[in-house]
Design a protein around this ligand. Structure first.
Ligand code: IPM
Ligand code: MG
Length: 372
């Protein structure tokens, strides 16, 4: 059976285009053996969209996304636009597309392979066995609450942001996290700041209530500061971490250092229908255009797309295995210190694509032999 998948590519800014190229390279390797075809449509987002159209999320990009079954995004942002007014910042492109498509679930898996535990910023013995997923609420909280702005009062300016969580917003993300935990180690840690914030008190109450429908999942609650500490102290003790938009943003960068590099971690943003896949890292303007960025987060994001949007589990896990094998051989990009010589973005992409193709071919051969 041959399947055709429509994928929107939003390369964005900085290293975004470079890393996305490598993800596409790997998807083409899947295409060459697996009887699937990807139809890619490319759209502008972020700073590059501001340059071309004066808006970070042009209508044409929204149309491309609406006509696609999944979206692969590189990264947005850069110093060039840092002084833009808030609605004309590159990040708005990303926040708006999340909003438009109703992507309220953000999954950020962090898995430390024993053989790669030495990459971690933390002692290998502490990180070994780490296999956790951060479930970040993506459409609420302080990112979107009103009022917001910089206002003048009594001759002084003040910055205002508002954290809001409605019950239904907590409920729906909690259900998704419990369902995920059910298919994993059945352990859910909900992270908040209920000792200080009302939003967190409501969060804790709703998560506890939802948890009653999942008696097979062990629920516990941690304050964000304590969780930040335990993530370094005993990362392998976590399974599913459920948290708010901003806490999830921060914890996932921290968790990246448990794995060894922010260049390694993919993410999936899901709603009821649409889905967007992107590295958790930013646009890294300092190394943009230099063929230095780590494409693995983008490549693994493509694998998540195959898994969640297209139900191509075999292809998804084959890409993950290919990444693992290439890294085990000692190949790494320059932000990771380690054995062997650092290789370029495109070289890393080629190695993973070739490995993926070889693995898929041998799986196909094995199936053919068995069928005979
Ligand atoms: C992330 C990023 C974004 C976020 C930025 C670029 C708006 O940091 O996806 O983690 O804060 O959500
Ligand atoms: Mg972030």
């Amino acid at each position: 059976m041959h399947s055709l998948y429509r994928v929107a590519l939003l390369p964005g800014d900085g290293v975004g285009p470079e890393v996305l190229n490598e993800a596409v390279k790997v998807l083409k390797a899947v295409e060459s053996v697996n009887g699937v075809t990807f139809r890619f449509l490319t759209g502008l987002i972020g700073g590059s969209a501001i340059e071309a159209t004066a808006t970070p999320l042009p209508a044409e990009t929204v149309a491309i996304c609406n006509n696609s079954q999944a979206i692969l995004l590189g990264a947005v942002g850069g110093p060039k636009w840092d002084s833009n007014r808030p609605e004309a910042r590159p990040e708005q492109g990303l926040l708006q597309i999340r909003r438009r498509l109703g992507l309220y679930v953000n999954l950020r898996p962090i898995k430390v392979l024993d053989s790669l535990a030495n990459l971690s910023a933390i002692k290998p013995a502490l990180v070994k066995g780490t296999d956790l997923v951060i479930v970040r609420e993506l459409l609420g909280g302080i990112y979107f609450g009103n009022p917001r702005g910089i206002f003048a009062k009594n001759g002084e300016r003040m910055g205002v942001n508002t954290e809001i969580y409605k019950e239904h917003e907590v409920e729906r993300i909690a259900h998704r996290a419990f369902q995920l935990a059910r298919n994993r180690k059945r352990k859910l840690t909900s992270v908040d700041k209920a000792n200080v914030l009302e939003t967190s008190r409501l969060w804790r109450e709703v998560v506890t209530r939802v948890g009653a429908s999942y008696p097979d999942v062990a629920l516990s609650h941690l304050y964000i500061d304590n969780c930040a500490m335990q993530l370094i102290e005993k990362p392998s003790s976590f399974d599913v971490i459920l948290t708010s938009n901003m806490f999830g943003d921060i914890l996932s960068d921290e968790a990246a250092m448990v794995a060894g590099s922010i260049g390694l971690l993919p993410s999936a943003s899901l709603g009821e229908r649409a889905a967007l896949y992107e590295p958790i890292h930013g646009s890294a303007p300092d190394i943009a255009g230099r063929n230095k960025a780590n494409p693995i987060a983008a490549i693994l994001s493509a694998a998540l797309m195959l898994r969640y949007s297209f139900h191509q589990e075999a292809a998804a896990s084959t890409i993950e295995t290919a990444v693992e094998k290439v890294m085990k051989q000692g190949f790494h990009t320059s932000e990771i210190s380690g054995r062997g010589r650092a290789i370029s973005t495109s070289r890393m992409g080629t190695l993973v694509a070739e490995r993926t193709e070889r693995l898929l071919k041998s799986q196909a051969n094995a199936r053919r032999k068995k069928a005979k």
